[in-house]
Design a binder for this molecule. Sequence first.
Ligand code: PLP
Length: 407
Amino acid sequence: MISKTVSAYLPLLLSNRKEDPICAYIYDIYKLKKHVQHLRESLPSYCSLFYAVKANPDMKIIQALEGYIDGFDTASEGELVKILDHTDKPIIFGAPAKKDSELEYLSKGNLHCMNIESERDMHRLNRLGSVTGEKLPVLIRVNSTYQVARSSHKMTGVPTQFGIEEERIPTLLNELSDYPYLEIKGFHFHAMSNNLDARDHLEFIQSCLKKIVEWKAVFSLPSATTLNAGGGIGINYQNPEEPFDWEAFANGLQQMEALFTHEGIQLILELGRYMVGDCGYYVAEVMDVKRNHGEHFALIRGGTHHLRLPAAWKMSHPHTIYPVDIWFDEPLPRPEIREEHVTVSGELCTPNDVLIRKGYVERLKAGDLIVFSMAGAYGWTISHHDFLSHPHPEFHYLEEHLDKVDF
Ligand SMILES: Cc1ncc(COP(=O)(O)O)c(C=O)c1O
């Protein structure tokens, strides 16, 4: 589960340990580039690959991806400001609540298009277009009736704050003459999070295509040539040996090529988790091992204020124990457990600060490292960093492939 490059780097991290216990995010940029290059190359030509910046807005990751993707999906002015200086690639903006200053990026020509999430969005953008007299390129975000059953979070098909419900779309399309300053470039369908089933994802995309084709046939929508299927492809935290079957997904998209081309529709995938999740590792040193009321606990330097995902999803985060022979605290005794189940928690004063729930260990000692893998997406930035004012982790970026580090 730990990439060769990160394995080779861990001894270096240990040898540079000073007074403070180790606590670091390590991003395997080499692995990230290889992964995204493969994703891009396996997609048919009617399909564009965008990066959903919210998954990880780290500048080094954005820069690493720039050369491999077709564009960026942004959701706030903060993300836009980061991206604009670093790319000439198309940028999409989509957020359920938008400030005027954010809308203006569209009228100033900084964006490829913007998602419309409500009728109020339509009115506001139409008014903005009327100021310059130019039509603004938009995608209508549909809160569709279709549900991808096995995804872990559903944004559409159930009552949520996202998009415009599907039943309302024909009425709006009928009233487009009321919005002369909007150019409908297509539809946006981001519907789920962490879907692990490639066939479900293909069916979802096919259902979106069917809707667009119907709407194009009934309403005159010559400029509506984009189907943005959003993100939502998952990584399997519970069972990493059974990942989303990307090859089957890419093959399925290849088979749909004639259908899309015949309808003159371009597909956009804006992936976050699946693109960057696997390149990130959170490494934390075990500071104590103890027993309370018959259960074992290991406490790490760090916790859910750095990696909130396992607490948010109430799961054990995938991890590997990296045994460390050297004990930094001689002559004090070194606590350890063997062949036990252990709950791994952090340094916060709350029982919710748990990253591993009763995981089995052959042996675990104070001073060992726990390497949490699959921590590259929705890791650091969704976490409440400043709770308890502990120091932030270090950040390391591995650009080269390493088999072995000489030091
Ligand atoms: C509109 C939109 N597109 C793309 C994504 C990326 O989703 P994921 O990280 O699941 O691929 C999100 C995530 O919330 C989103 O809201």
